[in-house]
Design a protein around this ligand. Structure first.
Ligand code: PEP
Ligand code: MG
Length: 582
């Protein structure tokens, strides 16, 4: 039995068989090894080379048979096989493992990178072609070192717990969700997009484990405890039975909470809070209803674009927005315009090769730069507006100029539609996300130009505390109760209210039951979250008064550090509201 600790990214417990997953886009892990592990690591490397060799021989034989029929050239396989015997590669890799005490897959990647760079520098066609072969072979070896399962997650036909170094949002999106019972990952933080999708799909997940791929093997049993951020590999019988009981208790609690879907989210003194759902796909609308949401507070439209090979055309987008608006009927739906960049990589679109993508050409910056894409989306959105209660929202606004530019494009698109004689809701409400500190600080100026503000804490915390939301190494600094974050939230709420507009929150903090009382005390009008979090947040709102929440905020605003605030709020929420951290 082996227990590892990571970050609770999606609540719940899963017990199942490991599926070790990686694909060629997934980053190769890097970790140090102890000196006594060096020989074993070199053996592991040699075994992987041997497996790659056997695979290539097999391919060669099969190709030779085919060759007789259709004349396929198999000479490239020979150069792949030669590379596996090339001392420049094999010996250098072994020496590096020994000297650097680093895992073999990382070393292979490093050595191959050096060889390829050298070959590319030579002005010779043959040498350049060889560099492609070398890269190819290295992928084969790395695949074996990482126990690469060559399967597509969309084709899963048995229940598994996914163990992986990292997962692209497009992989998470395309996987067969019914078969993935849990996710355990080396990389990722609580607000990374894998985490957001795991919560949307209600799949328990522990991320930021750093070393899970080093410790787990496909086929073993694993427990993912998304409540406490732990995973247990090959559990002993006692641990297993403990978690089986916890799983039963979890199901009982789910049934109990679902009885809360109908009553409104109203405090004991009668303050109503809008509880809405965050969605990424139109298929999630069913869950939105099932959990009793008052509407959709954030539809992350970029996920429509993540489907490989499908940069959506106006018609396709129009249909997707219309479907959600129609299904939600009279309930409001806030659709956010394209927010790509950061960890939401869309390979078809450029701008991903930046040194610092989190601070780069993303979200509204991208849209204002690629107005062809932005205008197409706005056209589709406006045309869909007549099918329900659409609210438009721009992401990553950093100041008034950017907002003015976005509003100008919107006006121009409206004019164009009018000229074409298309119908749309003229006064569709427009809001912005407050997720950049400069926007929070100037929210008094911004608030006068829009109909609502929605605080995106995932990015706001990232930019305020300067901590990459997806980097497990600095995850300990990712603190929603940091006084700087709390002060910014308070400032935004006050500025929004002074301008007479509502202020909501659609970052993950909005759905964290541990933060509910604080957010109520800070005066937020709307909280938008993964649909599954709604019943628990509603339970807390229904058992508190605004005075009590304001008193709590009064106390924590006097405190100096997040550690003290965190502990204080945790104690209150546990004792007074029976909330357990997840
Ligand atoms: C946020 O930043 O809080 C947010 C809701 O947007 P996303 O997580 O999609 O960046
Ligand atoms: Mg954001």
């Amino acid at each position: 039995m082996k227990e590892l600790r990571g970050i609770s990214a999606s609540p719940g417990i899963a017990i199942g068989e490991i599926l070790f997953y990686t694909d060629q886009h997934t980053a190769v892990p890097r970790y140090s090894i102890e000196s006594e592990e060096v020989d074993a690591e070199i053996r592991r490397f040699r075994e992987a080379v041997e497996k790659a060799r056997a695979e290539l021989e097999e391919l060669k034989e099969a190709a030779a048979r085919e060759n007789n029929k259709n004349g396929v050239d198999t000479r490239f396989l020979d150069s792949h096989l030669l590379m596996l015997q090339d001392p420049e590669f094999v010996e250098t890799a072994e020496i590096r493992v020994r000297e650097r005490r680093c895992n073999a897959e990382w070393v292979v990647q490093m050595v191959v990178h050096e060889i390829v760079e050298r070959l590319r520098a030579i002005d010779d066609q043959y040498m350049r072609e060889r560099s492609v072969d070398i890269h190819d072979v290295s992928q084969r070896i790395i695949g074996h070192l990482m126990y690469r399962d060559r399967i597509s997650l969309g084709d899963l036909n048995r229940e598994v717990v996914l163990v992986t170094h990292d997962l692209l949002p497009s992989d998470a999106l395309s996987m067969n969700k019914r078969m993935v019972k849990g996710i355990a990952m080396d990389a990722g933080g609580r607000t990374s997009h894998t985490a957001i999708l795991a919560r949307a799909f209600e799949i328990p997940a522990v991320l930021g484990l750093s070393e899970i791929t080093r410790n787990a093997h496909g086929g073993s049993e694993i427990i993912v405890d998304g409540n406490r951020g732990r995973v247990v590999i090959d559990p002993d019988p006692e641990t297993r039975s403990y978690y089986e009981k916890a799983l039963q208790e979890q199901r009982r609690r789910e049934v109990e909470l679902m009885s809360l879907t109908d009553p409104p989210a109203e405090t004991r003194d009668g303050k109503l809070v809008q509880l809405k759902a965050n969605i990424e796909l139109s298929e999630e609308v069913e869950a939105v209803f099932a959990h009793g949401a008052d509407g959709v507070g954030l539809f992350r439209s970029e996920f429509l674009f993540l489907d490989p090979g499908r940069l959506r055309r106006e018609e396709e987008q129009f249909e997707a927005y219309k479907a959600v608006l129609e299904q939600m009927d009279e309930r409001p739906v806030t659709i956010r315009t394209l927010d790509i960049g950061g960890d939401k990589v869309i390979p078809e679109l450029d701008g991903q090769d930046e040194k610092n993508p989190i601070l780069g050409w993303r979200a509204i910056r991208f849209c204002l730069g690629r107005q062809d894409i932005f205008r197409t989306q706005l056209r589709a959105l406006l045309r869909a507006s007549v099918y329900g209660r659409l609210r438009l929202m721009f992401p990553m606004i950093s100041g008034i100029e950017e907002l003015t530019n976005a509003l100008d494009v919107l006006d121009d698109v409206k004019r164009e539609l009018r000229e074409e004689g298309r119908t749309f809701t003229e006064d569709v409400p427009v809001g912005i996300m407050i997720e950049v500190p400069s926007a929070a600080v100037t929210s008094d100026i911004l608030a006068h130009r829009v109909d609502f503000l929605s605080i995106g804490t995932n990015d706001l915390i990232q930019y305020t505390v300067a901590v990459d939301r997806g980097n497990e190494r600095v995850a300990y600094l990712y603190e929603p109760f940091h006084p700087a974050v709390l002060r910014l939230i308070r400032m935004v709420v006050e500025n929004g209210h002074a301008a007479g507009i509502p202020v909501g929150m659609c970052g993950e903090m909005g759905g964290d039951p541990m933060a509910t009382a604080v957010l109520l005390g800070l005066g937020l009008d709307e909280l938008s979250m993964s649909a599954a979090s709604i019943p628990e947040v509603k339970r807390i709102i229904r058992s508190i008064t605004t005075a009590e929440a304001e008193e709590l905020v009064g106390t924590i605003m006097e405190m100096r550090g997040y550690a003290d605030i965190d502990q204080y709020v945790h104690n209150v929420m546990r004792e007074r509201f029976d909330v357990t951290a997840y």
